[in-house]
Design a protein around this ligand. Structure first.
Ligand SMILES: NC(=O)c1ccc[n+]([C@@H]2O[C@H](COP(=O)([O-])OP(=O)(O)OC[C@H]3O[C@@H](n4cnc5c(N)ncnc54)[C@H](O)[C@@H]3O)[C@@H](O)[C@H]2O)c1
Length: 430
């Protein structure tokens, strides 16, 4: 099938690559000329495991351009995968989605399915349809479908190709057939495809992210109580997760959630609730607990290093989670800001996010490996649980550090083992 994907970010580029891998003829369009130039020179503007190889493998089936007109004209299916960042009042900013809808309308030369893959508020498909209609030179039939994306950065390719489910909100039989055809390769592997009305599909995305964020904030609040009462939140999560009604995932306490999705989607859903006179008290608390959690490491750091002025603090992990270079809303930004305000010197290490981080955190030093960051450090703070931090040489770490203090914001280590190895170690909720 001939497909256009608009937006070559974490979602659009992965979708484009995977759709090409599934045998389609794909054109990826973006307004960012720099990104398109990079992609045309065989480079990938973001870090996602396996993506570079997949793009290389499918070179003949995927093209990159800033020119939407020919891409729209030759495609049957057009994915909108542009950003929907938070607006002034935390509502989803739909300006990019609307701009794309306008261009699609202007260049529509026959029936197309326009697929909202960006995370957009309920009712957006109607808005997109209206804009397309208003901008068509001559009336042409089309359908707008909601097909929200659930991929996780770091696991994006697997999540796209072997998703838990594919949700398609669709009101026309013709569009449904095209969507079935488009995803038949995935459905063949027995992945469930849920067809529903468009508005429910749009809501499924927000409600899913809000539920996952709720689990995290809930566990972070339980962790605070565990610390007061002498329970171990890791054990508590394990015990809870064994209950089939609860399940083990998204029960890890830590330094709070970040990234480009949970924070903005929770706020946007809350905003929608406010607009429609729905109380939203759960989401309000989820967000508040998360903001508090991001700040919860500083008092722990100060327990071990009471005066931080002039002290050297090593920070391991900057990306909002492992296996990505995405720094949007990363808890590391809050932790490092607090440390700098206290007058500490920060040396950070992240396996992939350094380049992105340098633009957001220009006042800190960067190490080339985890050990280098520890040289003469008064304290180590772990903010992102990259696997590489799990199995390091403890003796070497201790020798390098001025004082063997660890604040483990992701419960990577067993505090008792670290204490036995001679470290002072404080985790979260244990
Ligand atoms: N990142 C994730 O893990 C994830 C997961 C699921 C859903 N989503 C949703 O998918 C959407 C995209 O997210 P992302 O992380 O890929 O964003 P991103 O910021 O990485 O990429 C968005 C891309 O859209 C391009 N763009 C903006 N305006 C444009 C326009 N008018 N025409 C063409 N291109 C334009 C930008 O240049 C950018 O390359 C968002 O709605 C997001 O909420 C993201």
């Amino acid at each position: 099938m001939k497909i256009t994907v608009v937006g070559v970010g974490y979602v659009g580029l992965v979708a484009g690559a995977c759709l090409a891998e599934m045998g389609n003829d794909v054109v990826c369009v973006d307004i960012d000329q720099k990104k398109i130039n990079l992609l045309n020179s065989g480079k990938v503007p973001l870090y996602e495991p396996g993506l570079e190889e997949m793009l290389r493998r499918n070179k003949s089936k995927i093209a990159f351009t800033t020119d939407m007109k020919p891409a729209i004209e030759k495609s049957v299916a057009i994915f909108i995968a542009v950003g929907t960042p938070p607006g002034k009042n935390h509502e989803a900013d739909l300006s990019a989605v609307k701009a794309v809808a306008k261009t699609i309308g202007q260049h529509m030369n026959g029936y197309k399915v326009v697929i909202d893959k960006s995370t957009v508020p309920v009712g957006t498909a109607d808005v997109v349809a209206q804009i397309i209609k208003e901008n068509q030179k001559k009336q042409t039939a089309f359908d707008v479908v909601s097909n929200p994306e659930f991929l996780r950065e770091g696991e994006a390719i697997n999540d796209f190709l072997i998703p838990d489910r594919i949700v398609i909100g669709c009101s026309s039989e013709k569009a449904r057939k095209i969507m079935e055809d488009l995803y038949k390769g995935i459905a063949r592997t027995d992945r469930p495809m849920l067809f529903c009305d468009v508005r429910s599909a749009e809501m499924i995305k927000y409600a899913s992210n809000a539920m996952l964020a709720t689990r995290i904030s809930f566990m972070n609040e339980i962790a605070q109580l565990c610390e007061k009462l002498g329970a171990d939140v890791k054990m508590v999560a394990k015990g809870m997760g064994l209950d089939n009604r609860i399940g083990p995932r998204f029960l890890q306490a830590g330094v709070g959630y970040g990234g480009s999705c949970f924070p903005k989607d929770v706020k946007a859903l809350y905003q929608t609730m406010q607009e429609h006179q729905v109380n939203g008290s759960i989401l309000e608390a989820v967000e508040r607990v998360n903001e508090e959690q991001k700040k919860s490491l500083l008092p722990k750091i100060k327990k071990l290093v009471p005066e931080l002025k002039g002290k050297k603090v090593a920070v391991w992990g900057l990306a909002f989670k492992p296996k990505t270079d995405d720094m949007r809303e990363a808890p590391s930004l809050v932790v490092i800001d607090q440390l700098l305000k206290e007058g500490a010197q920060v040396v950070a290490y992240d396996p992939e996010a350094e380049e992105v981080a340098k633009k957001m955190l220009p006042r800190i030093a960067y190490a080339q490996d985890p050990y280098e960051a520890l040289q003469d450090a008064d304290c180590l703070v772990i903010v992102t649980e990259w696997n590489t931090f799990r199995d390091l040489d403890k003796e070497k770490m201790k020798k390098l550090m001025k004082h063997p203090n660890i604040i483990d914001g992701r419960n990577v280590y067993e505090p008792s083992e670290m204490r036995e190895a001679g470290f002072s170690c404080i985790g979260v909720g244990r």
